[in-house]
Write a protein that binds this ligand. Structure first.
Ligand code: WT7
Length: 648
């Protein structure tokens, strides 16, 4: 993706020079910068004594040590606008109602034995109860572990086991795009697996889809949550937490091994979520005064099961006292105008989605968006992968009518919130570039081979962060060595993000994609190792090598090469079975796009699979294969390319 020459000027008078001065001063004293904000933005039960302490290298970063807090909200304004699967099925929930519901659920959990420090696994549809339960956990100091509702029973079981989670919260069912999500059934299958028996004590089941819960059998382990919650008082004093106490864990994929549970903290994460939401979307002026002035109607249409939902549906907007939209459905249901219909009905001002959604809607043309009044929009956000300039322009012109800022927010599950993005009205935009670092974040580009910091403005290498920030994950649950070796050791003294990038003459960052074996499929992060292990678990598979495949809508697709064990032969049925094996072990969102059984893989003489070559074969880029002299048997390239051609 080449750099476009176009630069889209920001539309207000706030100056880039001002940003640069603020940014420079913020990184000259990160501890002071974040401490001032923490004092003014968060309510402290006991003050903290120190801003930043610890280091990347030791994996000992700590923010606001000694401080104790919990989150205290506003009262009467709208907190959540919930838009259900069917258009127009809407609920408005005020901060007062939110607090009552959170307290009732907190009491319900406490009454069943949940205490501070326990991990509560949530496997829920996108309904208000998901948000209430996350906040109820925060209120009583329990650590939530939300699992995206697209994960399979196996994936849930792995996460329950890893976190030793005694408590699971689910709903009898959910619905998405008119389809039923049998969440309780999937959850039951997970907790019945050997690795969860004896771990899980209770499964709390909310009534889904207006059901009364009568259609399912209740075993000892099940708690009818809707009934239990109804019996509670809406008053529950909060647990005063240490700033460094874990707020939640969230599993994400790495290049090797199983998904890891990243641990986010109460004080640092909350401040970072709050601050970046206000800045990146320009919310602060509108919501600071609770009485008059225009209010933002903020909508992040991600799923709360991913970090985007944690930070930018739940914690970020609510901590700012801003209403937040929770969207249960899909951009295609009932038709491709759903987002724009919502913008019109709710008069949405800030709309935040992913490039994959934009690309898939763009295919249907301008007719759908042009049917609706989109004049309420002020800021459009994008997240999850680099946005291709064509999609950026469509978003800017057809959705934003050339009046709205498009903020390209670069960040990760590990960073907790935005670390690089343009600021609306401040940073001139270049389609495809996430532009400049956020306040308090010192971004550097390192030479990938040597780890040397590249001092020149124009640079190409790997992206790293030089100083700690409050929102960073502090560890991988139960495996601090893994945390150190993935993020802190590759380039000592820096946080290593795992992405390649280029910095242009204006200091703008262009993310070039992951430099490890992590795929980004429709903005979902999938480890190639996880897909491979799902495949080799099938008795027909001897070896599996999984690589990304360029995909017009999804960004990347999943391409699997497999050799077979003796006695198994290639067939369409086998391919179907293997595809199903991946869906069963991970979930439908990880369904392979292409499975290529083969008698041989490209191996080096020392017996290593050459993924670099497989990537080129999958992409059909045979003229740029690079050095193939180390291949044991060069003819496999030809054989595999033909197979890929046929499978396309
Ligand atoms: C990876 C993190 C952060 C929430 C969604 C994904 C890629 C994310 C951008 C962007 C280019 C991006 C990176 C990153 N990524 N945002 N604006 N431009 N790439 O979170 O699952 O933790 O994935 O997503 O490769 O490392 P995640």
């Amino acid at each position: 993706m080449g750099e476009l020459l176009e630069v889209y000027e920001a539309s207000t008078s706030a100056s880039l020079a001002q940003y640069k001065a603020t940014h420079a001063s913020s990184i000259s004293d990160v501890s002071g910068y974040w401490s001032e904000l923490a004092k003014s933005k968060l309510t402290w039960f006991a003050p903290f004594s120190e801003g930043l302490s610890g280091s990347f290298e030791e994996g000992s970063v700590s923010w606001f040590a000694g401080g104790r807090l919990n989150f205290v909200g506003k009262e009467n304004e709208t907190a959540i606008i919930w838009e259900g699967d069917e258009p127009g099925n809407v609920k408005h929930i005020s901060f007062h109602e939110l607090k009552n519901e959170v307290c009732k659920i907190a009491n319900a959990l406490k009454s069943a034995g949940v205490t501070k420090g326990d991990v509560v696994t949530l496997y829920m549809p996108m309904v208000p109860e998901l948000c209430y339960t996350m906040l109820a956990c925060a209120r009583i100091g329990a650590i939530h572990s939300v699992i995206f509702a697209g994960f399979s029973a196996d994936a849930i079981a792995d996460r329950i086991q890893d976190a030793k989670s005694k408590w699971v919260v689910t709903a009898s069912a959910g619905s998405r795009g008119g389809r039923n999500l049998p969440l309780k059934t999937i959850c039951d299958a997970a907790v019945k697996k050997d690795r969860c028996v004896g771990v899980v004590e209770k499964v709390f089941v909310f009534d889904g889809k207006g059901e009364t819960g009568s259609d399912w059998e209740v075993q000892d382990i099940h708690v009818k949550m809707t009934e239990l919650v109804a019996a509670q008082r809406p008053v529950c004093s909060c647990e005063w937490m240490d700033a460094e106490d874990p707020l939640f864990i969230l599993y994400t994929s790495g290049s090797t091994g199983r998904p890891k549970g990243l641990v986010h903290t109460t004080g640092g994460y909350a401040l970072f979520a709050m601050h970046t939401t206000a800045n990146s979307f320009g919310l602060s002026q509108q919501t600071a005064a609770s009485t008059d002035g225009p209010k933002d109607v903020y909508a992040c249409v991600a799923d709360a099961g991913w970090i985007t939902g944690h930070t930018y549906i739940v914690y970020g907007p609510l901590l700012n006292g801003c209403s937040t939209l929770m969207f249960e459905s899909t951009p295609m249901y009932p038709d491709c105008g759903r987002y724009w219909d919502m913008v019109q009905r709710h008069k949405i001002t800030v709309f935040y989605t992913a490039p994959t959604a934009i690309r898939s809607l763009m295919r249907f043309g301008d007719e759908a968006p042009n049917k609706y009044d989109l004049s309420s929009l002020r800021v459009l956000g994008t997240v999850g992968e680099p946005i291709n300039p064509a999609a950026w322009k469509w978003y800017f012109d057809v959705i934003g009518k050339g009046r709205c800022a498009v903020v390209d927010t670069y960040w990760q599950t590990e960073t907790g919130g935005h670390v690089i993005t343009n600021l609306p009205g401040i940073t001139p935009m270049k389609p495809g570039s996430c532009t400049l670092p956020c306040y308090g974040i010192e971004v550097v580009v390192l030479e990938s081979a040597t780890g040397k910091e590249i001092e020149t403005t124009e640079a190409e290498g790997v992206l790293a962060i030089k100083q700690p920030w409050p929102g960073m994950a502090r560890t991988c649950l139960g495996d601090h060595q893994r945390y150190l070796s993935v993020y802190m050791k590759p380039y000592p003294k820096y946080y290593f993000a795992g992405d390649g990038c280029r910095r242009d003459k204006d200091g703008y960052i262009w993310i070039t994609g992951r430099v490890d074996d992590v795929l980004n499929v429709s903005g979902h992060r999938i480890g190639t190792a996880e897909v491979e292990s799902a495949l080799v678990a099938h008795m027909a598979v001897a070896q599996a090598a999984v690589v990304g495949l360029p995909h017009e809508i999804k960004g990347q697709g999943i391409c699997c090469f497999t050799t077979l064990t003796d006695g198994h032969t290639e067939s369409d049925d086998l391919i179907k079975e293997l595809r199903q094996a991946v869906r069963t072990q991970i979930g439908p969102f990880a369904t392979p796009d292409m499975i290529i059984p083969t008698s041989a893989l490209p191996m080096t003489r020392s017996g290593k699979i050459m993924r670099r070559i497989l990537r080129k074969i999958a992409a059909g880029e045979l003229d740029s294969l690079g050095d193939t002299s180390t291949l044991l048997d060069p003819s496999v390239v030809d054989t595999l390319s033909k197979k890929v051609e046929q499978a396309r």
